[in-house]
Design a protein around this ligand. Structure first.
Ligand SMILES: *Cc1c(COP(=O)(O)O)cnc(C)c1O
Length: 420
């Protein structure tokens, strides 16, 4: 069932009218559907049935602890990219034995806490990091399971800012240099190189880049084994896209069928790191119209949600469907509208040149598919408090992060006593 839909003329999240959340929690606010989160995770569980595989939720997409917990209790691990994310995953109840640490610039202090915590695996992205991690592990008296993130040099066919598997991207070790990196890793006594890892980009809706990358990785596994490395894990990464506008997402079952076909007799335990696909369509951002400014070229609808709350439109030229919370009645003529925030930046928009029914001050608008890279990328630019997050379950809801107060926001600054 579509969790965000008009019922009786009003947009609901499951069985809760968004207007009720707006009234009780205020706007702007993120609203998530627990049913959709679970449904999305279950699609992966069903698709890997019978495979030697596991799912690590890439929590940078949405790191609210309630969301992590929802997946964690269903058996998910976590893919983390910082010490902060490790702390969140552990706090949300994901055991260290199900956490994989990725990231291109882990600091020694972060590696130290990761090694102390006993994470499942650390995905190393450079030769220097191999040496750094070995030294950290030695000091802690531990031997650490690692994979090397390899850059297979494929074009994922996605937006330039979220493609990660090309030679010119900063991520991973070039596939041509990988055998040398593994040879080096094998000389380091406190590292156990047990796997290969890749992650070629985000919002990917084509199967072929994945297939091409997997084939290159499969060949690499053969090369590494021939050189004496005991490789038995293959981290396939994340990146599966969702439908924001008219994209056709890859069916999870079809994706897994391809993976099975390409890795069938490889003898590796697989892991998948979906982020966006698990949370993207499970969340909306609601905002209230502050003022309507009819212009010559187009009408500007200024809402109280802005680029600091949802940066995707301006950062990635992302398209989000935006609907009035009250269903338009009859055949209203649409007008060309820019939906913008109040921030002093021309880049502060949620939608441009959009055909919208007429909106008026006080109307509630709903930005769809905002569950991924929404709240986690929010900032307090223009001294706007971080917006609340709400989790809906059937006819009940909970505020899973209250709106930041002005006391919290301003209270974080320190003015030195000597500043006279
Ligand atoms: C961001 C990231 C993911 C998740 O990407 P999605 O497109 O959200 O699925 C997975 N793995 C790594 C290493 C990442 O950096």
């Amino acid at each position: 069932m579509e969790p965000f839909a008009y019922r009786g003329g009003e947009m609901h999240a499951e069985s809760v009218p968004l207007s009720r959340i707006a009234r009780e929690v205020g706007t702007p606010a993120y609203v998530y559907s627990l049913a959709r989160l679970r449904e999305n995770y279950r699609a992966f569980v069903d698709a890997i049935d019978g495979m030697d595989a596991e799912v690590h939720y890439a929590m940078k997409a949405n790191s609210n602890q309630a969301v992590i917990r929802a997946f964690g209790v269903m058996g998910a691990g976590a893919d983390i990219v910082s010490e902060g994310e490790m702390r969140r995953a552990l706090a949300a109840g994901v055991p260290a034995s199900r956490i994989v640490f990725s990231g291109v610039g882990k600091k020694p202090s972060e590696l130290r806490v990761a090694v102390e915590a006993g994470l499942q695996q650390i995905n190393v992205e450079s030769r220097a990091e191999l040496d750094m991690l070995d030294a950290v592990a030695r000091a802690a008296g531990k031997v650490v399971d690692i994979a090397i993130r390899v850059n297979p040099d494929v074009d994922a066919g996605t937006h330039a800012k979220i493609t990660t598997g090309r030679k010119e991207n900063k991520f991973g070790i070039d596939i041509d240099l990988a055998p040398e990196a593994y040879a080096h890793a094998a000389t380091l006594p406190n590292l156990r190189p047990i796997g290969v890892a890749m992650h070629i980009g985000s919002q990917i809706v084509n199967l072929e880049p994945y297939r091409q990358a997997i084939r290159r990785m499969r060949e690499l596994v053969g090369t590494l084994r021939a050189a004496g490395h005991a490789i038995d894990r293959f981290d396939v990464g994340g990146g599966l896209g969702i439908s924001y506008r008219d994209e056709v997402p890859l069916p999870i079952a079809g994706f897994m069928a391809m993976v099975r076909e390409e890795t069938g007799n490889l003898g590796c335990r697989l892991s998948f790191e979906p982020g966006r696909r698990l949370v993207g369509d499970a969340g909306v951002l609601i905002g209230e119209v502050v003022v309507v400014k009819p212009g010559v070229a187009r009408t500007f609808v200024v809402v109280d949600a802005a680029m600091n709350d949802l940066i995707r439109p301006t950062l990635y030229e992302a398209w989000h469907d935006i609907l009035p919370a009250r269903e338009p009645v009859g055949n209203v003529a649409k007008i060309v509208t820019d939906i913008v925030g109040p921030i002093c930046e021309s880049g502060d928009f949620l939608a441009q040149k959009r055909d919208m029914p007429p909106l008026a001050a006080g109307d509630l608008v709903v930005v769809k598919s905002a569950g991924a890279y929404g709240a986690t990328m929010a900032s307090t630019y223009n001294t706007r408090p971080l917006v609340p997050e709400v989790l809906v379950d059937g006819d009940r809801y909970a505020v899973v992060r209250p709106r930041q107060t002005y006391d919290e926001l301003l209270g974080a600054d320190r003015v030195p006593a000597w500043l006279e």
